[in-house]
Design a protein around this ligand. Structure first.
Ligand SMILES: Cc1ncc(COP(=O)(O)O)c(C=O)c1O
Length: 384
């Protein structure tokens, strides 16, 4: 049934003049940028208003973490069924900081992380940045759903592997892992005494009926041997106001993690604190409508993509990033073809570890999704 929406997700915002990384990437002005994971929507008015008020206060000195923000997060996670202690929470200027710190905390020189592939690239650069090793486990494409290959994970385990890098919901695949899948992963990690860093930054953008489970809440091993990363930036379009939380129930791991932050991790912006708190407290109605809007975009995109010979899209179960299977196109670089011939600025699959796929961000006005679909249909129909 048609429902009038309170918030406007349809308006095109010209982001080029505000140094948008997304909109300045492609030299060709015809290309519609649909790559990096930020959305082209205005942030919720419930966040903009407190930010304006904070500017009017006119001082921007150092801020301490507002206790009320941590309590808001604790309550939010409680609603997902995980009771966490405020002491377990450490705020950081972004989740990628947490990926790198997890490597530093969990891995000694000579140790390795195991990382699924394909994956959001900072997962593979973090071990390298921290001068630690890495082994990748290739995920299986099961009818368009990216799944962990548990047999391979078992086979790749060795005394050197000390951490598993988990991403749930998965980027780029959009998989929301079931309790059975998470339990299986934990079981293998427990057998091999492997710690787990679980990046759950996309957990509030669930598009289908399934719910997301926090790894740290699944059993005692996971609780005592994990770092969970999450935050409001992906959901509420706040990437330029970076803030994320790590949740570490184990006090020894938490202490190490915090010690590793010292002198390296910068302050969190005052404005990021304001935005995060407003997002969690007041932007629920916007979030609800966002999900409805994204579900429509996802339907338009998947119908369009699946109408093109050689392309296939089944997900995502969460997030606004579509991982499109281009294996049947016969193209050496489907990403280049889409960018150069169709003028659709996808994120090339090689960045995530598989050049036969592309990732397309549909967190934008519906008109841009429709235009991209029609450009792709035209370009592929003319391909010989
Ligand atoms: C899985 C995942 N983790 C982390 C990030 C980046 O988070 P932040 O901007 O908070 O560092 C992204 C951004 O797309 C992501 O997809």
């Amino acid at each position: 049934m048609f429902r009038i929406m309170k918030y406007n997700f349809d308006t095109f915002l010209d982001r080029k003049k505000f140094s948008s990384e997304k909109w300045l990437k492609f030299k060709d002005p015809e290309v519609i940028p649909m790559w990096i994971a930020d959305m082209d929507f205005s942030a919720p008015p419930e966040i903009l208003e407190p930010l304006r008020k904070r500017i009017d206060q006119a001082t921007f000195g150092y801020s301490t973490v507002p206790e009320s923000l941590t309590h808001t997060l604790v309550e939010r996670i409680d609603k997902n069924g995980w009771k966490i202690d405020p002491d377990w929470v450490t705020w950081m200027p972004g989740a990628v900081v947490g990926l790198n710190l997890s490597c530093k905390t969990f891995l000694q020189p000579g140790d390795m992380a195991m990382t699924p592939s394909p994956i959001y690239q900072p997962f593979t650069s973090a071990p390298e940045n921290m001068e630690r090793g890495m082994v990748t486990t290739v995920m299986k494409d099961v009818n368009g759903r990216l799944e962990l290959d548990f047999d391979e994970i078992e086979n790749l385990m060795s005394d050197d592997v000390r951490m598993f890098f988990f991403c749930n919901p998965h980027n780029p695949g959009g998989t929301v892992f079931s309790k059975e899948e998470i339990l299986k992963l934990i079981e293998i990690c427990e057998q091999h005494k492997v710690l787990i860093c679980s990046d759950e930054i996309h957990c509030d953008v669930i598009l289908d009926a399934k719910s997301h489970l926090h790894l740290g809440n699944v059993n005692d091993y996971a609780k005592d041997n994990s770092i969970t990363l999450l935050g409001p930036c992906k959901t509420f379009n706040l990437a330029g106001l970076p803030i994320a939380a790590s949740i570490i129930p184990n006090p020894d791991i938490r202490e190490d993690f915090r010690r590793n932050m010292k002198g390296i991790v910068s302050h969190i912006s005052t404005m990021a604190f304001v935005a995060a708190e407003a997002a969690y407290n007041d932007a629920g109605p916007w979030h609800k409508e966002l999900l409805e809007y994204l579900r429509v975009n996802k339907r338009i995109l998947s119908e369009g993509i699946n109408s093109i010979d050689g392309l296939c899209l089944a997900g995502p179960e969460a997030g606004y990033l579509a991982w499109i299977d281009c294996r049947e196109t016969g193209l050496i670089s489907p990403g280049d073809f889409m960018i150069e011939q169709a003028k659709v600025g996808v994120h090339k699959g090689e960045w995530f570890g598989n050049k036969d796929y592309v990732r397309l961000n549909f967190g934008c006005p519906k008109s841009l999704v429709e235009e991209s679909v029609s450009r792709l249909q035209k370009a592929f129909s003319q391909k010989n």
